[in-house]
Design a protein around this ligand. Structure first.
Ligand code: 5AD
Ligand code: SF4
Length: 435
């Protein structure tokens, strides 16, 4: 009997959270225990993110804390998984003596072997990327719940010039449609009510015979009571067929995360985004015509190399035109190996910060207006549980991914669909009453 007990902390994107479930699936099958508390574990793994420098800094300070744990409990193995493992490889071990194990995203199958190496006193290092690994046959470990993430493809071939992902996660590859629909079937039987299909670039899913629209349609047919979400979409691959598929199925959510990154064509070209703003706006119009009421969120980067005040204004302008329901907004962070790393990071941190704040303020304004305009409307929610702030209230999300808080009512609990009327709104939350 294997007495090893593992504790995993996950940082970064939803892909990483899905990968942690894969890793737990792999380790559990090999007899490892999954510790609920860090104190109970003799193996501590951090599944890390490299997307921006501040993501990595967070891990470094966490490692300093873990150094203390290791000092108190010698024999504890500390490992780095995910994108930082892939990016920094054995440098990570040389620089941070506390690390015993470095395993990149395509080597998780061999994790038990690397853990054994680490226990034998050597360093366990597995950082090969693969063109074929999809973990298709691995059963991820998931607690019972409402909502699950399923990674349907791995890697990215787009090579946006700012982005480290093609280097940390390698080439694009898709799982087979059947293995994904089997997984959804099982989740449905276990009572899950929502799945999110994940990929760095989910629209370019292709398993040979089926594209992403086919996968969405097949997923939606499994259980009409199950909501299907997906992320992230690239404007280049958002086809008419895909938009029609979303429109045709009630349980495919009317919500598209469609990163724009910048409003300036000059910057978009330097970013190698492969579309113009005119094309992007046309896509948004087309989606709104095909899917009435569709909501959009986006990603925006402030202060890409050479960005002028005019370029920045064009970003604000596109935000006003699209009126996103939500946005993830970042300061540009230069990443080694990327094309943009070769350009001077010439926008000062102060200017990046000021531009970012303008972007954030505008988004708040727009979100507030959109949410205010929803007052009086009726929405169907999937109830997720108690609201964060009070046990007297429940919270659930609309099809368009908006959180709504409402007073508890007899007979309504987690996992139910309820109809509410919106009564009040802030920029981040809607409030309503059950009808
Ligand atoms: N600097 C800042 N933001 C970045 N993103 C990706 N790489 C960088 C970088 N080097 C943002 C993009 C992407 C999101 C996941 O993170 O907006 O869509
Ligand atoms: Fe971070 Fe990108 Fe890796 Fe996700 S894939 S963990 S966002 S670097």
């Amino acid at each position: 009997m294997n007495k090893n007990s593992v504790y995993i902390e996950t940082y970064g994107c939803q892909m990483n959270f899905a990968d942690t479930e894969l890793v737990m699936g792999i380790l559990k099958t090999q007899g490892y225990e999954l510790a609920k508390q860090i104190e109970d574990a003799n193996i501590i793994l951090l599944n890390t993110c490299s997307i921006r420098d501040n993501a990595e800094q967070k891990i470094y300070s966490r490692l300093e804390h873990l150094r203390g744990i290791k000092r108190r409990k010698s024999g504890t193995v500390i490992g780095i998984l995910g994108c930082m493992a892939e990016r920094l490889r054995k440098n990570l071990i040389e620089e941070k003596k506390v690390v015993d194990l470095v395993v990149g995203p395509d080597e998780y199958r061999r994790l038990p072997e690397f853990i054994d190496t680490a226990f034998s006193g050597e360093k366990g290092i597995g950082v090969k990327l693969s063109r074929t690994e999809t973990y298709d046959d691995i059963n991820p470990y998931r607690e019972d719940g409402l909502s699950a993430f399923i990674s349907v493809m791995r890697g990215c071939d787009k090579f946006c010039t700012y982005c480290v992902v093609p280097f940390t996660r390698g080439r694009e590859r898709s799982r087979s449609l059947n293995s994904i629909t089997d997984e959804i079937n099982n989740l449905s039987a276990r009572g899950f009510k929502e799945v999110t299909l994940l990929g760095q670039n989910v629209n370019s899913y292709n398993d040979g015979g089926n594209d992403f629209a086919d996968l969405l349609a097949a997923s939606a047919k499994i259980d009409k009571q199950m909501r299907i979400r997906f992320t992230t979409s690239h404007p280049q691959d958002l086809s008419g067929k895909l938009l029609n598929t979303i429109a045709e199925h009630d349980n495919i959510c009317n919500y598209i995360h469609l990163p724009v990154q910048s409003g300036s064509n000059r910057i978009l070209e330097l970013m190698n985004r492969t579309y113009t703003i005119e094309h992007y706006l046309k896509l948004i119009d087309q989606a709104r015509a095909i899917i009435p009421g569709v909501s959009f969120s986006t990603d925006i980067i402030a202060g890409f190399p050479t960005e002028t005040e005019d370029d920045h204004k064009m970003t604000l302008d596109v935000m006003r035109k699209v009126r996103y329901d939500g946005a993830y907004m970042f300061k540009y962070s230069a990443r080694e190996k990327t094309k943009a790393y070769e350009m001077a990071d010439d926008i000062t941190d102060e200017i990046k910060g000021r531009r970012l704040n303008e972007i954030i303020d505008l988004q708040h304004e727009v979100s507030y207006e959109i949410n205010q305009s929803m007052i009086g409307k009726e929405e169907v929610l999937l109830v997720e549980g108690n609201s964060k702030k009070s046990d007297e209230f429940l919270a659930g999300r609309t099809d368009t991914n908006k959180m709504v808080v409402f007073p508890k009512a007899e007979g309504i609990s987690e996992g139910d669909y309820v109809k509410v009327k919106i009564s009040r709104a802030t920029s981040g939350t809607l409030f309503g009453d059950v009808i």
